[in-house]
Design a binder for this molecule. Structure first.
Ligand SMILES: C[S@@+](CC[C@H](N)C(=O)[O-])C[C@H]1O[C@@H](n2cnc3c(N)ncnc32)[C@H](O)[C@@H]1O
Length: 193
């Protein structure tokens, strides 16, 4: 998928102009103190709405996207130095490590054959005992993609060996049209600090 050309053609139906509503449920569950000063990586950040929301809640956030146009759009919508945004491939972890990877609509965008690589990249980007805080797009009954659907069993298979599920639920707050299609999972990497 040539993501940059999608932005160039403005063929970006995922762009909703605001943060993902389930983030508010996640914040209620984890408490505001959870985000304070935490380093958070947002892969496939698009125009950065989630990244800015996390920064407003105290986290130190880096948004990452393979598309230069997405990153330009994110920077144009951001004042100040938090979040920062950079062009990069989530599948190629750098030396920086984060205490949280926040997933929203990156996992469902990649080809399903790359999911094991995605899971391994999450492990490598995270500090010991770090969290994967995820809004997974299950998208049941949808053929093809992106977005590509997935099942809870597949998530168990991909992350079960290295992550503990700390909480999970179906969000009630969603963008219109995503009702019943998303699943929140808070996962903690087993190698405790
Ligand atoms: C469906 S869009 C979602 C964007 C944003 N999360 C949102 O909800 O508005 C998927 C995003 O992931 C980016 N992306 C795809 N593969 C990536 C990769 N390997 N590394 C980083 N970003 C990637 C795309 O450029 C695109 O911006």
């Amino acid at each position: 998928m040539d993501w940059n050309s999608r932005y160039e053609k403005e063929d970006i139906p995922w762009e909703k102009g605001s943060h993902a509503p389930p983030l508010e449920e996640i914040a209620r569950k984890l408490g505001d103190a959870f985000w304070a000063k935490r380093s958070v990586l947002v892969p496939g950040c698009g125009f950065g709405h989630d990244a800015r929301w996390l920064a407003r809640h105290g986290a130190e956030v880096t948004g990452l996207d393979v598309s230069g146009l997405a990153i330009e759009g994110a920077q144009a919508r951001t004042e100040g130095e938090n979040p920062t945004f950079q062009v990069g491939d989530f599948f190629k972890p750098e030396s920086a490590r984060y205490s949280v990877v926040f997933e929203h609509t990156c996992f469902c965008a990649i080809d399903p054959s790359d999911r094991a690589t995605y899971a391994s990249a999450v492990r490598r980007w995270l500090t010991p005992g770090g969290y994967l805080v995820a809004i997974f797009f299950l998208n049941p009954d949808h053929k093809g993609g992106p977005p590509f659907g997935c099942t809870l069993e597949e998530l168990d298979h991909l992350f079960g060996a290295d992550f503990e599920v700390e909480a999970e639920w179906e969000p009630q707050l969603t963008y219109p049209g995503r009702e019943g299609r998303e699943w929140i999972r808070i996962l903690r990497k087993r190698d405790a600090p």
